[in-house]
Write a protein that binds this ligand. Structure first.
Ligand code: HAM
Length: 480
């Protein structure tokens, strides 16, 4: 086949049996949970373009980093400018904040994004050349609570998605002074073991010494384990900040482990850095990571504001959910599937379909001229709650038989009243949500009192309705 997808990227489909993590309903579900969680933590959505001037990434992510050195999709546009497909989300958000003077609208900006990122990476499981990130950037707060809040957000999201056994790794890499002193000490130590280091790490010794700390090579890890720790190089302020972050995480029950070798692969970080790992994922086991980057905005020519954020890979989150076999929702399905027998019925069904959709009832019909068997097969495939066959007889009597597919039970429904009957089906979820809430035990009198008061208010407001409801029920009984 000549038209093939490029290496390292993938499609997200309604149904991919071979790669279930690529099923679009799972992406929809996870993105909905992301939006809910971001909203609960007070973050607002921001969308920036898929490409920016190359310079932006070189200046922020850092010239010596793998991303800038090896992984950027850089091209010259027709005007001769160098552009780069966004390899990460923080730099574009900073550019956007500066350009739109968001800091002048409010001194604190809590922003989130769900966007594709592009990196020309060596291909391996869990590493793609286009991946999708949920990222947050909390700009304006320098306090340790802001660090804990951002870590808590990713932890809460993982929890809400049903993920278990995740590890939050935490470190502090201090100020740039801390890092230069530490890098010198580390370099000195590693020079003594240079010949035993992996090829990659030998190269990094001069260009990006800190990255050797998170080398995956077992021999490198052994050497690093006996070397100096950055935590011993923090100044008093840095140490106090780091201790406070830990106190806040303890306070809200977010478990973490300190990993003094965690340095992250982008240059803009200072102080707190963290990653959340899922061990099921193998080598590429970080579902998300981030940290504080207080100097970045100023360095790019903007205001001097502290900031903290993370990026989390949606591919890896969904893959972990499936590996852990967490409960996920079924794909969306229509309430009704109509099957028309004959041209006349087909025309009527087309109008019925339109009318039902105006009332917000998800429904479908077959628009082909296939044989009944094939259409039935398709109706089964889309998993409609009800199926109704409409032919000459139904048009004449104006009554259809709705077959509930899960039980095989049928009910007779006048065509004129289809919408009302089916809307109960669509809305009953809401009722069950309230009912579930009432059935949960109340553990404190204040809570129970609040609920009783709310119920009483609701009951008082509906006294008139109750009376009318009773009347309506009586009338309905007369109808039967
Ligand atoms: P990052 O660690 O480069 O950080 O990426 C964040 C997350 O994106 C990773 O933990 C991983 O889950 C996912 N990811 C990265 N590269 C790939 C890939 N090639 N394939 C699949 N998933 C991948 C950043 O990008 C920072 N901008 C995060 C940040 C925001 N820091 C502060 N604010």
């Amino acid at each position: 086949m000549s038209e093939q997808i490029p290496p390292g990227v993938f499609d997200i489909l309604p149904n991919d049996e071979q790669h279930p993590w690529r099923n679009s309903h799972l992406w929809d579900y996870v993105e909905t949970k992301i939006r809910e969680t971001a909203r609960d933590f007070g973050f607002q959505e921001i969308r920036t373009p898929a490409f920016e001037r190359t310079e932006l990434f070189v200046r922020s992510v850092g010239e010596g980093t793998d991303i800038v050195q090896k992984e950027m999709y850089t091209f010259e546009d027709k005007g001769g400018r160098s552009m780069t497909l966004r390899p990460e989300g923080t730099a574009p958000v900073m550019r956007c904040v500066m350009e739109n003077h968001l800091d002048q609208q409010a001194s604190v900006q809590k922003l989130f994004y769900i966007s594709p990122m592009f990196r020309y990476e060596r291909m391996q499981a869990g590493r793609y050349r286009q991946h999708h990130q949920f990222g947050v950037e909390s700009i304006g707060y320098g306090s340790p609570e802001a660090d804990a809040e951002v870590i808590d957000l990713l932890y809460t999201l993982s929890h809400r998605l049903g993920l278990k056994g995740l590890t939050v790794q935490l470190n502090s890499i201090g100020t740039s002074d801390t890092r230069s002193t530490f890098t010198e000490a580390l370099k000195k130590y590693l020079q003594q073991h240079k010949n035993d280091l992996s090829e990659d790490s030998q190269r990094r010794l001069e260009t990006n010494t800190l990255r050797i700390l998170d080398s995956k090579d077992p021999k490198d890890q052994e050497i690093v384990a006996n070397g100096p720790s950055i935590l011993d190089f923090l100044d008093d302020e840095g140490r106090e900040h780091f201790e406070k972050v830990q106190e806040h995480l303890d306070q809200i029950g977010v478990p973490y482990e300190i990993n003094s070798n965690l340095v992250r692969g982008l240059d803009y970080y200072n102080r707190t850095v963290f990653e959340i790992l899922a061990h099921e994922l193998g080598a590429q086991n970080s579902i998300g990571g981030g940290g504080r980057y207080d100097g970045l905005l100023k360095q790019l020519g903007g205001p001097d504001l502290p900031a903290m954020g993370f990026g989390a890979g949606i591919e890896r989150i969904i893959q972990t959910m499936l590996l852990q076999e967490v409960e996920t929702p079924e794909p969306f399905h229509p309430t009704l599937f109509l099957i028309a027998l004959g041209e006349k019925a087909r025309k009527s069904c087309f109008s019925i379909l339109h009318d039902l959709r105006q009332d917000g009832i998800p429904c479908q019909m077959d628009l082909s001229s296939r044989k009944l068997g094939k259409v039935m097969h398709y109706a089964d495939h889309v998993k409609a709650t009800f199926v109704a066959v409409i032919g000459e007889n139904e048009l004449e009597s104006q009554i259809v038989e709705l077959k509930r597919m899960s039980t095989g039970k049928t009910i007779q429904a006048p065509l004129d009243h289809l919408s009302r009957i089916l809307s109960v089906e669509s809305r009953s979820d809401e009722f069950f949500k309230i009912w579930e809430e009432m059935n949960r035990p109340f553990e404190h009198p204040t809570e129970a009192e609040f609920f009783i008061n709310r119920l009483n208010e609701a009951i008082n407001a509906t006294k008139g309705v109750t009376h009318e409801l009773q009347q309506a029920m009586d009338e309905m009984k007369d109808l039967l």
